[in-house]
Design a protein around this ligand. Structure first.
Ligand code: AGP
Length: 613
């Protein structure tokens, strides 16, 4: 997820761009850049300053040219290519007369890059985006206008995009378009503006036009014209923004956690994007560990903390079931002190949203010292752990601002299950037909998560009935157990309530002594191979007076009959069920936090990234 801004007709464009980029930093901040048409060419400045890239850019652009010409700006959350200045947007073509910015992922960038290089183009970045600037160059070299060349380019690319392009040949014009990722337009004081999101425009206008999917806009000073991609004129939808900037950064949601819960379908979809080749085979081109490297592996360790650890537990089931490799999961802060047995045939996977958690990064360092191959699954391109690893697999959830992990947790599960399928593909432990069946089921997950999210009202009703409860058990079996752990963690860290995640089959070995009337037991009862045993465990606690809340597959009346309250979810492939099953538990924890007067974005005692032991 990145932030884009454009303006034409401004007396002094660059300060407007910089101010807007600061408002869009919540969408990404690992590098930033601006470009503007001046003196028959394009002026550009780019900076990669860690979390302060926009400020670093502002320093760099202090002597920027002024003038009414078209100007564009971008703040990046890297998905393809390290967060360096060379990979920062705007990207330019070979002539340096065209500049383009992009939010999204171009799936077929590799084949387009090969075609452009074969055609004599010189590309200077490792991004998917740059190919679009060169395709526009090709179109304009053939006599097309910037608008028509952009239209042609958009017919060639596949994926998600909101883009804006400028050309020295048309100094006042910006051409913008979108497919799947947001783009809003505005008019103010003789200017025309575009942005990924309304916070960037609020300082100039509260009347914004929302571009719809597959629409293209041509912006000139004080005017904009919108068509479909094939050129049919359309009247864009006019929105009046009543939010303040902070509310707008939250997309109108009450807090970042709500916004990020609702970004979960996109986080899952983006994490799955461009992972399959033409024949349906899995391609993990950022991995850096070759199939030959991975064929030597005879054991997998997965090491993480918190929600990342719970995602790792799901991965254990998937890797062992699909790749037939022994997979051991460790809490990072324990791993390196327990004298783990690793060698060069061990794959040690570090799972970390931030890529900076000290416990996990030190565990990876120890694994590397012991000779293991280290793979990091992270949400931050080029994070410390990603740089130190032998291989990487990125989640593409975009920045996660809320302290409680939601969209990254789902993206981690999906990325780790893709890894499990990839290992199975390399080791030949699963027929391609099975891998394809599972990948097809994965590609449906965003819709199922959307459906689960839509039931927040039902979850809120259950939460209201549990407001006075103080003692929670979360129980699960098989892959329901990690879901139980994650549900308990969410309740602890958001609502400050005592909640214990436990393997349901283990309760009778002691903890069941704690069950009494008033104890709330949340059971993960989505169908998996141990569902019947799970229901027996639920009967055990219910007979001792527990209030039972079950996460159950739509229509599963057998499970519902054993519950006081049901949190319904759409069914899916058993090993994928955690991706959907955790959603109502996130919502339950969120609602109980609110009912207890707590701010979900700022839970007490916690930090988003823990860089101490
Ligand atoms: C999850 O809601 C917590 N914020 C926390 O447990 C987190 O998952 C853990 O600190 C690991 O962080 P990482 O993924 O950045 O390594």
């Amino acid at each position: 997820m990145c932030g884009i801004i454009g303006v034409t007709g401004a007396a002094d464009a660059v300060p407007i761009l910089i101010g807007a980029l600061h408002q869009l930093e919540y969408r990404g901040y690992d590098s930033a850049g601006v470009a503007m048409v001046v003196d028959g060419g394009v002026w550009r400045a780019r900076a990669a300053g860690g979390t302060n890239s926009v400020s670093a850019l502002a320093e760099l652009a202090q002597d920027a040219p002024t003038g009414h010409a078209a100007a564009i700006g971008h703040t990046r959350w890297a998905t393809h290519g390290a967060p360096t200045a060379e990979n920062a947007h705007p990207h330019i073509d070979c002539t340096g007369r065209i500049a383009l910015i992009h939010n999204g992922i171009i799936e077929n960038h590799a084949e387009l890059r090969a075609e452009l290089v074969a055609g004599g183009h010189t590309l200077t970045s490792a991004t998917d985006t740059e190919v679009m600037a060169h395709l526009i160059e090709q179109g304009m070299a053939g006599g097309a206008s910037l608008t028509e060349a952009t239209r042609s380019m958009l017919r060639r690319v596949r994926g998600a995009f909101s883009i804006a392009a400028i050309s020295a040949d048309e100094p006042d014009t910006i051409v913008a378009a979108r497919h799947s990722t947001p783009l809003v337009l505005g008019l103010a004081d003789g200017m025309a503006l575009l942005a990924s999101d309304v916070p960037a425009l609020i300082g100039h206008t509260r009347q914004v036009f929302a571009l719809a999917d597959d629409e293209l806009a041509v912006l000139t000073p004080g005017a904009l014209a919108v068509t479909t991609l094939d050129g049919t004129p359309v009247e864009p939808e006019l929105l009046t923004i009543t939010w303040d900037v902070e509310a707008a950064q939250k997309g109108g949601y009450e807090d970042f956690m709500s916004k990020e819960m609702h970004e979960q379908p996109l986080a899952v979809a983006d994490t799955l994007l461009d992972r399959r080749g033409a024949g349906g085979e899995l391609i993990l081109d950022e991995m850096r560990l070759s199939p030959d490297d991975l064929r030597t592996i005879d054991k997998v360790f997965i090491v993480a903390c918190g929600s990342s650890y719970h995602a790792a537990l799901v991965a254990k089931y998937a890797i062992e079931h699909w790749a037939k490799l022994p997979a051991e999961v460790d809490i990072a802060s324990e791993f390196r002190y327990r004298d783990p047995v690793l060698n060069e045939r061990t794959l040690c996977v570090g799972v970390s949203q931030s890529g900076e958690t000290l416990d996990t990064s030190e565990a990876m360092r120890e694994a590397k010292r012991l000779g293991a191959k280290v793979l990091v699954v992270s949400n931050v391109v080029d994070s410390s752990m990603a740089r130190a690893a032998d291989g990487v697999l990125y989640t593409r959830a975009g920045p996660e601002i809320g302290v409680a992990s939601t969209k990254c947790h789902l993206a981690q599960i999906v990325a780790l299950e893709v890894l499990g399928l990839y290992l199975a593909q390399i080791l030949g432990t699963q027929p391609v037909s099975v891998t394809n069946e599972i990948l097809n089921a994965m590609e449906v997950l965003p819709g199922l998560v959307t459906e689960a999210l839509s039931r927040a009202g039902e979850v809120d009703q259950v939460a209201a009935k549990l407001t006075d409860a103080r003692d929670f058990f979360f129980l699960g079996r098989h892959v329901g157990y990690p879901v139980a752990l994650e549900g308990a963690l969410k309740l602890k860290e958001l609502a400050y309530l005592r909640a214990e995640g436990y393997p349901a089959g283990e309760l009778k070995h002691g903890p069941i002594a704690l069950i009494e009337p008033g104890t709330v037991v949340v059971g993960i009862a989505t169908r998996n191979p141990l569902w019947e045993k799970m229901m027996s465990n639920i009967a055990e606690v219910r007979s001792r007076g527990a209030t039972v809340v079950l996460v159950a597959d739509d229509g599963d009346e057998e499970s519902a009959a054993a519950a006081d309250h049901v949190l319904w979810v759409p069914p899916t492939y058993p090993l994928l069920a955690p991706v959907v099953g955790i959603v109502p538990l996130q919502q339950l924890a969120y609602r109980l936090a609110r009912l207890h007067g707590h701010d979900p974005d700022r839970p007490r005692n916690l930090a988003k990234t823990v860089t101490v032991e």
